[in-house]
Design a protein around this ligand. Structure first.
Ligand SMILES: [Zn+2]
Length: 233
């Protein structure tokens, strides 16, 4: 047994290293065109309101399984936003930057309530999507409440979790609560680990206010400001 464990330990160490190497910096930072990547699938129109939307293969498969199960309970899920690359995110960010007023730091903080700095979004990874509505209030009554309760009770069985919960003891920084944003833990957790190994603040540039990224601690507060429930791990 001891020999086996020693051997096993020896095997695991190089594997863990490879896991990180498995993702390129371009994938982690969203410098991709998912239409050109074999590891991504195009979403069918019955699953997504947007044309030309993509998720990683395994993420889309898990979503389809979950959506099918939910239908049996009379709950319908449709993806309204999936993979967004860094260039697209820069468009969102710069548009908000030019619309919102105030001091530069305040302006960035206001955008960061619900939108990521380019290069820091989980939507870059192909593991995350937004479901049904971009309003928390939608999920707090009637049909939306039923959908949210279904996710709360079942999403983990398919590998999904809500990374941006309401602030609490284990999550006290980052984006506001997003009841619509769901993430596929098996792949996203690896990408997050790779992000922390490979990305530094020097990589976050090319958009308005990028010099504030470090001051705002966007990597620790936003990239890592997620709550992962034990049951999804
Ligand atoms: Zn989202």
């Amino acid at each position: 047994m001891k020999t086996f464990l020693l051997f096993f330990g020896f095997l695991v160490a190089p594997l863990a290293g490879n896991e990180i190497q498995h993702f390129t910096k371009a994938e982690i930072l969203g410098d991709i065109n998912p239409a050109h990547l074999k590891s991504f699938d195009k979403l069918k129109t019955k699953h997504c309101t947007k044309a030309n939307a993509y998720l990683r293969d395994e993420v889309y498969s898990a979503f389809k399984k979950m959506a099918k199960e939910a239908e049996k309970d009379g709950v319908h899920f449709v993806i309204i936003s999936a993979t967004r690359n860094r260039e697209y995110q820069a468009g969102i960010w710069n548009r908000k930057w030019n619309t919102f007023g105030g001091e530069l730091l305040e302006r960035a903080q206001k955008i960061l309530q619900y939108s990521s700095m380019p290069g820091t979004s989980r939507h870059h990874w192909g593991t995350d999507f937004d479901l049904n509505s971009l309003n928390n209030s939608y999920f707090e009554s009637g049909k939306g409440q039923k959908e949210y309760e279904w996710l709360r009770d079942h999403a983990h069985l398919f590998g999904f979790f809500q990374p941006y919960t309401a602030f609490n003891d284990s999550r006290d920084a980052g984006y506001r609560e997003e009841k619509w944003h769901w993430s596929y833990y098996p792949t996203a957790s690896k990408l997050q680990r790779a992000y922390n190994h490979l990305v530094s603040y020097q990589d976050l540039k090319g958009f308005n206010g990028s010099e504030l990224a470090k001051e705002l601690n966007v990597i620790s507060n936003y990239v890592n400001g997620v709550e992962v429930p034990e049951r999804v791990k």
